[in-house]
Design a protein around this ligand. Sequence first.
Ligand code: ZN
Length: 252
Amino acid sequence: MGWLRNWRRRRLLAHHRIDGALWQSVTQSLPFLRGLSPQEMQRLRELSLLLLVEKEFSGTHGLVPDDAMRLSIAVQACLPVMNLGLDRYDEWSEIVVHPGDFKVRVSQTDDHGVVHEFDDERAGESWPGGPVVLSWDAAANAPEMNVVVHEFAHKLDMANGEADGNPPLHSGMDRRAWAQAFRVAYEGFCDVVDREKETWLDPYAAVSPGEFFAVVSEAFSAAPNETRRRYPDVYEQLRLFYRQDPASRLPS
Ligand SMILES: [Zn+2]
């Protein structure tokens, strides 16, 4: 039913728009949008409008996501798929916003078969088919860390199953080149974390190849020049995957 959805989307874009002043204030608060061309900003605006209509937003602990919050999340969510299309987010429908970081009950089995249960503090969470869960406190502090891009990168990764750092690649991309670039970068990163040295990326990226992909996707959008300098092969794969080259638009 792709044609029906496309028709609905075209009709929606013809009859609705995002308030101009709201668009200005939200996009100016997101420094990594700088350098986008007027055409790209227009595409981002249309995708954001569609996402706002097609996904359901809800809050917890008394938080009711207002227009500025919802638009900020929508813009950050649409940036990675600006050249891929909103269909990439088809498999789920809800965005849940917590006022701040939230606790999740985690159960882990260690090497001895012992199950450990504990509360883990999170800024975001997502799982296959389920909602994207975000801390507004973290989402609003986008320049330093980008929990929105992080969680939506997991969503793109989960399009073929687990969030394992192996998302479905476009035709023409080389699976071996992807695997090689990420394996080398991830192993090198884990090595530095193991030696308890300071890392440029959030050390959380060492948790798994899936987390590494999500964290490096944040860096790709927020600090692309540094990402390209430190991880040129990974940057090249992300450039092909996201079909955009943020280092070429943002000053180093
Ligand atoms: Zn994650």
